[in-house]
Design a protein around this ligand. Sequence first.
Ligand code: ZN
Length: 414
Amino acid sequence: MDTNSVLTLGLGLTPPWRLVGQRLDTDKQPHELHLEVAAERGSLFPCPTCGKSCKAHDFAEFTWRHMNFFQHHCYITAKVPRTDCGEHGVLRINVPWARDGSRFTLLFEQAAMMLVREMPVLAAARIIEITDKRLWRIVEHYVGRAVERLDLSRVTAVGLDETAAKRGHSYVTVFIDLDRANKPVLFVTPGRGKETVARFRAFLVEHGGTPDRIAEVVCDMSGAFVAAVGETFENAAVTVDWFHVVQLFTKAVDEVRRAEAKQNKLPKALRWAVLKRADGRLTDAQATALAELEASDLFTAIAWRIKEKLRWIRQADSVQAARWRITNFQRHAAELLDPDPILDPVRKALATVQTHSKRILQRWSSSHSNARLEGLNGLFQAARARARGYRNIATFATIIYLIAAPLGDLVEST
Ligand SMILES: [Zn+2]
């Protein structure tokens, strides 16, 4: 086997294409291996629209970046014909080693996609020695195509949550299939609130789903989501995730603590102690700060005691028990609450729970795990890291799909 045959095999070339020349450019750093590919003289080529064999109308030269040949960058150059089909006119043909419009070979793109499944895009771009911007274009192409193929025909229960691509702005809303333990992401869309629910409905229909079959939607307590879900999915029971109830009170406690810290000196460790999950592990300093807090008559202590009682509600083992505990919780909280406006965040949280109590109670009748939405936080964090350096709504959404949507084989042939 001569070198041409070895390289031809490596490129996956099939007739009429063959390798006709190779040259190593040692003036460039790193060195560049240039492979010249050409079709046999007089070959016929398929019209890109109908596939009919046509004579070449004319040729133009193109170059594609191919996988490195050892440490050398490798390029393929070929004169690509345009066909002159009686029906479709003069069109540039698609070459078998690259997809239409790409300046990389399919093998190069496949290798790139293998890397981005395992590591941040920026790191993958450094390994294959292209800019991250160009790699993002490849990733967005393949992920976008795989998302088009998603099948939502069996979806009956969805959860949704919002997160920021960057701190404090550029929100995306993510929809997941509550019946899928692995790779549950179905849809990622910019924004937060009502219009995202309408876009999900359209996406569901385009992908074989039936809005009337959606029996349960789990979301947070934002009024916009709840109203939109009710209007959009008429047969769905709306469940408020317990995780969001805890989050609401954690935020309220922290707001009280911050306001109070301006008036009184509070232990430093208190900040993280009140932010941690009720059953999370505390450092010694945090545990001491909490013990001091519990013994104190600070406003923060009142807010904390109310929040701590949520655990007691969650442990209820039936809807009836939970309903009774929520009522009891509201009454007990009202007794504890001081009229000082510094406790307004807690009053607001209690009012929100009152408004949504039916949807909160729904979790006791739901057959779906409430841990799913909470688990999304880890996914969002991972996606932010993978998209670092070039993070915007589009790249963030692409990475969420790549990590957590059931996309199947990303580079299967078109
Ligand atoms: Zn044609």
